[in-house]
Design a protein around this ligand. Sequence first.
Ligand code: FDA
Length: 491
Amino acid sequence: KEYNDVPIIIIGSGYGGAVSALRLCEAGKKVIILEMGLNWEKAGIPFSNLLKPGKSSAWLKKKSIAPFMNIFSLTPFTGILDRLDFDHINIWVGRGVGGGSLVNGGMAVTPKESYFKEVFPDLDAEKFYNHYFPLVREELKVNVIDEQFLEECPYYKFTRVGEEEAHKAGFKTMRVPNVYDFKYMEKEFRNEVPRSALNTEVIYGNNYGKNSLDKTYLRKALETGNLEILDLHRVQTIQMNDDKSYTLHVQQIDTSGALVAQKVFNCKKLILSAGTMGTLQLLLQSHAENGFPVHEKIGKNWGNNGNFMTGRNWVKPLSGGTGAKQSTIPVGGIDNWDDPEHPFFTEIAPLPMGMDVATALYLLINRVDKKGEVAYNTTNKSLTLNWNESNTSKMKENAQYFIRKMNKANGGTRSHLLFNNGFGADICYHPLGGCVLGEATNEYGKLKDHENLYVLDGSLIPGTIGVNPFVTITAIAEYCIENLIVQNEFA
Ligand code: FDA
């Protein structure tokens, strides 16, 4: 089947794709989103929780793929969480209408202005902090937990213990905003509505409470009547035609991953929002297979946003650890960013295992001193990543420093329960870069060497932003699409 003369196609329905769709639809443009994952709202299939992984828990895998403790076998299904395995790093990504917003912890953190300026010296920081960041916080429905609820709710013992211990060790803590509706959570706690965050739902999806993109940007875009989303449509390769338009080779699959149809789409304007790894795969694979033009900077300046997991065991064992019942939504962080020797931010992460495992989990976000590079291996048709222990050595040093200081003040040991040697250097939730704004693209995300191709997703950020990235990805996408529309790129 062929779709000819489609004006605008967006590949992927994560943050970059959803923002682009809304603003183009509002400007009266007809848009098609091609999304390889399932439209869960339309399918009406419930998401599973952490304790009982089911259909939503993994993208076509036979076993669950949480970062640790996977004992569950599965019937392959187009679930929302996928893991891409490289030699020294495993990268988790979201699949489905809403992209990463379906699987993520909802932490909606605006970067520190000084670091934003360092990462993006050419952007107008004042405009971002006065306009784009407030705009996206509103669109994404960002809110903050009520302090009294946090103080009293047994499901947040892990946060209270984490903060108390951090203070005792001399660290500064911060409250972390989220897109999960905390008013809903309070009702869950009082048993007035079905439970979600308080029922171990998060990385396999939240049935209630969370304002993922299908409830915000994408819903608004659909309401204009100008957007069509085709789910279970996986773009295989892109070809550039002589008239500078694009032809996409697409596989429609069913929920078992089986091929339903091969389709060809022709479009004048193409926006790549397939997420950092998805966008790089499409560009580099198309280049290898049909000579698709790619600029020399593509694949360069990639980073893991300094992601480094670690944990501590037997946090205050005598006083009852971190709690058997835990909310899945993190609300606390430790901010050590201004320490010149050991700059890092860490999430005080939940570990809702259904029992008190007396373990504290931390996801550190560090600077990325040494960037990696993404390339394409034509033999096995997959991406390769030039990334090894040397890229994460400073991150490990920071984690060691953090754990030592916490244990010295509070007791406890490095967690061997969760990771080899207590360190998860190979766990990445925040792949960024490889198609960096102003390097591989112009100042608004238009790809160099192309007239009708734009990249709007996490790959625009040069490997690091110092905090959880979706607020920044959304703000950069707003900035780019606004300017591209003003410049009549989609006229
Ligand atoms: P995103 O990955 O969201 O979307 C890309 C979409 O494109 C996907 O839906 C994918 O299926 C689709 N796609 C890819 N290739 C395709 C193809 N060939 N054809 C068709 N479709 C294709 N961040 C944060 O700020 N706060 C947080 O709390 C967390 N927590 C967190 C937890 C976990 C477990 C993960 C995995 C990630 C997070 N993140 C996070 C990270 C955050 O979710 C991530 O940075 C963004 O989702 C990235 O947004 P993008 O728009 O770049 O792509």
